[in-house]
Write a protein that binds this ligand. Sequence first.
Ligand code: NAD
Length: 373
Amino acid sequence: MEGWKFYMPTRIRFGWGRFQEIREAVDELKGTRIFLVTGRSFARNYGVLDRLSGYLKGLTLVTFGETEENPSIMTVDRGAARCRDNQCDLVVGLGGGSALDAGKAIAMLQKNPGSIQEYLDQERTCQTKGLPFIAIPTTSGTGSEVTPFTVITHKAKKAKPAIAPPQNFPDVALVDPELTLSMPLRVAAFTGLDALCQAIEGFWSTQGNPLTRGLAFRAIQLAMENLEKACLKKDKESVANMALASHLTGIEMSNIGNTAIHPLSYPVTLDYGVPHGFACALFLPPVIRFNAGVIRQGFTDLLTLLKIPDVETFADRIDSMMKALGAPRRLSEVGVKTEDIGAIVKRGVGRSTAWNPRPMTEEDLIQICKAIL
Ligand code: NAD
């Protein structure tokens, strides 16, 4: 057996109702002036902010509720300046992947100089750990609470680059599935489909090892068995299982990244405004079909467990699930035209494209896009 390594410095607290443990986590990290990075409205609207203020009574809480979906350089730099001005000593990210990634970047910039743009442009590298950072996800999709990935939208470059210094792993991941209950169907659907994509990409990645494959295997099973129920019925068990699926994909992905689907999704999000998870899921069935010949054997046990006869039926099953969840299934549905495909593919080739189990050329990607136009 080949050797492998694995790194996970984040302390994890997972379970229904564990949000109330935030004070313990803050005290462990000796935080007294807390900088909260969150989205524009959801935490306020659903009473989450009030609950947090209650738990942190006696400490200073500065709220930065300005994180947009796919956070920009400007937002991160503005948040970093606000955090510095308020002399905060701990950052909490509360929200979906967008708020968590913005929080990671803001925490990092408290101890590393300059704008986040310089790091994204690779003019600077993170030299030292930022402020302590607690990540509290409120979507079940990205697993960002246990990854060092900090994905920030670079508008000038029309790109979504990521940095992943090991110092950016959150200190604590506090995962309380109850916080995801308020997700509207559409948000639950696109975030859950993101988790499924990550799990499948993690399972077939050429970078995988026995631990990441084990995590990805379980995450695929959980997502396939619970995603529809969690979105449509919102029962406690399936909602908690989706939080777990997302979390497991974050742990495996933190060590091996993604494969071809994630980079291909970025131009679709940036140019056509398609939410991240839907943009990823669009490519999932056709890429499964493209990979079918080389993944068949590796997927046998998983598909037997899921009572799915073969890889092609697996792709069909995901396509039906996307339909049931109201996800777009054709590129033309989101505004892509035949003549746009070349540009999407050019920008949609990333480092991780090479980690797809079947080697892919640009021409292969063009054919994949055409198959779902
Ligand atoms: P998101 O964070 O953009 O949130 C989507 C919307 O849902 C927002 O409007 C948000 O306010 C709202 N929302 C969040 N939680 C809610 C709740 N409980 N109830 C009601 N509304 C809620 O979506 P996301 O898919 O979680 O994150 C996507 C971002 O994460 C992208 O930028 C993507 O590139 C990034 N990402 C990061 C990693 C990583 O490891 N760092 C991994 C995958 C994706």
